[in-house]
Design a protein around this ligand. Structure first.
Ligand code: PGA
Length: 249
């Protein structure tokens, strides 16, 4: 499977950022690498970036969507609208959405279902907070999140999971390599139970939380880590390229 290097720009960027794809390719030229680059800009930039990304073989994603396809939901956008704009992925259940916008596992599952129905791939985020890690509950918490955030309708096709410990996001803190490996193994086991071993092996499990050029190589070398979801270090294209270069290096 291709390693997925996904940039979560959060609420950063302006119209001038449509040049980022070509800027990225200047730092990381296309030469048949087994790396898929995914940019997830603020939604209003998706269609503006669509052409710029096509030429550079870069995928686009949204950071959120509503779970209905249309209707009286002022201020919301549907997965279908994201697809129309040019997105092929939607991040759902990011910890900021869960913490700041009240998204529950149930809502995350509804959104993931809508994303799949629209023909896009959901990136479902899970991760424990600091107190849950410290009290030894991380496996249980992540297991429960996976159980309830992956829609009942899912068959494992076109699904990406992102393990993002909440305490590692934007903090510069990163779990030990042993802890990342153990959690990814745990997640793979849960996916195997649900979808069968063969299907579970095809599901990319990303690590996210303070990934930087300086730590990406060792994280991406772990067996069950199939890519990264990157916030802060994805805003500069040389930094994102430096992370992508760590794949298989
Ligand atoms: P960070 O964010 O890389 O800045 O820690 C990751 C994320 O929120 O997806």
């Amino acid at each position: 499977m291709n390693t997925l290097i996904a940039a979560n720009w959060k609420m950063h960027g302006d119209l001038s950022w449509v040049t980022k794809p070509s800027e990225f390719r200047e730092c990381y030229p296309l030469n048949g690498q087994k790396v898929e680059i995914l940019l997830c800009p603020p939604a209003y930039l998706i269609s503006a970036m669509n052409v710029a990304c096509n030429n550079q073989l870069i995928s686009l994603g949204a950071q959120n969507c509503h779970f209905e396809m249309q209707g009286a939901f002022t201020g919301e956008m549907s997965a279908q609208m994201m697809r129309d704009g040019g997105a092929s992925y939607v991040i759902v259940g990011h910890s900021e959405r869960r913490a700041l916008f009240g998204e529950t596992d149930k809502i995350v599952a509804q959104k993931a279902d809508a994303v799949s129905m629209a023909g896009l791939t959901p990136i479902i985020c899970v991760g424990e907070d600091r107190s849950q890690r410290e009290s030894g509950e991380a496996d249980e918490v992540v297991g429960a999140q996976l159980q309830s955030s992956i829609p009942l309708s899912a068959d494992g096709e076109n699904l990406v999971i992102a393990y993002e410990p909440v305490w590692a996001i934007g903090t510069g803190l990163v779990p030990t390599l042993e802890d990342i490996a153990a959690m990814h193994d745990h997640i793979r086991g849960i996916l195997s139970n649900r979808f069968g071993v063969k299907m579970a092996e095809k599901i990319r499990i990303l690590y996210g939380g303070s990934v930087k050029p300086s730590n990406a190589k060792e994280i991406l070398a772990l067996g069950d880590v199939n890519g990264a979801l990157i916030g802060g270090a994805s805003l500069e294209m040389d930094s994102l390229a430096a992370i992508a270069k760590c794949v298989g290096s």
